[in-house]
Design a protein around this ligand. Structure first.
Ligand code: FMN
Length: 163
């Protein structure tokens, strides 16, 4: 066997690329790029997102205990890169990029309207794994563009060119 043995970070690939949007306790909205995320229960449906405590969004999610996972498509790459490299501590990212938002239906956070799928979650638990705090989000509602929803209510991901 000719294998090198070592430990490295982010070893599961491809990693998902999502935008997590949130709102602070004063009503200010924000979003950040997240790669540490995944499905973590189907009954009840839940997802988890990992946020590093130094992110501006971290305290927002801690305070309001909810977030929205938005799935960006390739035509949203510029916005994704910006939201994943600039902090709301330094500027109002959503205003700067003219990002269209709307209130989520079931949680106190914004959805990013131009992402075709927006998953509204409430935080039911969290665990500090190391660098990230993994927030377990119970899915309260999903908003999806009408043209990608199958008759049985599932999402046709083959129609999406996700980042
Ligand atoms: C591809 C990509 C994946 C990222 N994944 C994460 C992640 O899983 N968790 C995290 O806290 N930050 C992640 N980041 C970094 C944040 O999105 C970035 O630090 C952002 O500017 C934080 O914004 P905020 O300070 O306004 O919350 C990622 C960035 C990129 C480009």
């Amino acid at each position: 066997m000719n294998k090198k043995q070592f430990v490295t970070k982010s070893s599961l690939q491809p990693a998902p690329k999502v935008l997590v949007s949130c709102r602070d306790k004063d009503g200010k909205d924000n979003a950040l790029a997240v790669g540490y995320c995944g499905n973590c229960s189907y009954d009840p449906p839940m997802v988890m997102v990992g946020i590093v405590p130094s992110r501006h969004s971290y305290q927002m999610v801690k305070d309001t205990k909810c977030f929205v996972v938005n799935l960006p498509t390739k035509d949203y790459q510029k916005e994704f890169d910006y939201l994943g490299s600039v902090s709301a501590r330094d500027e109002d990212k959503l205003a700067k990029m003219n990002i269209k938002t709307a209130d989520a239906s079931k949680v106190n956070a914004p959805i990013l309207v131009d992402c075709p799928v927006n998953i509204e979650c409430t935080v039911v638990d969290s665990i500090m794994t190391g660098s990230h705090e993994m927030f377990i989000g119970k899915i309260e509602n999903i908003n999806a563009d009408e043209n990608i929803v199958n008759e049985d209510g599932s999402i046709d991901y083959s129609k999406l060119d996700l980042i």
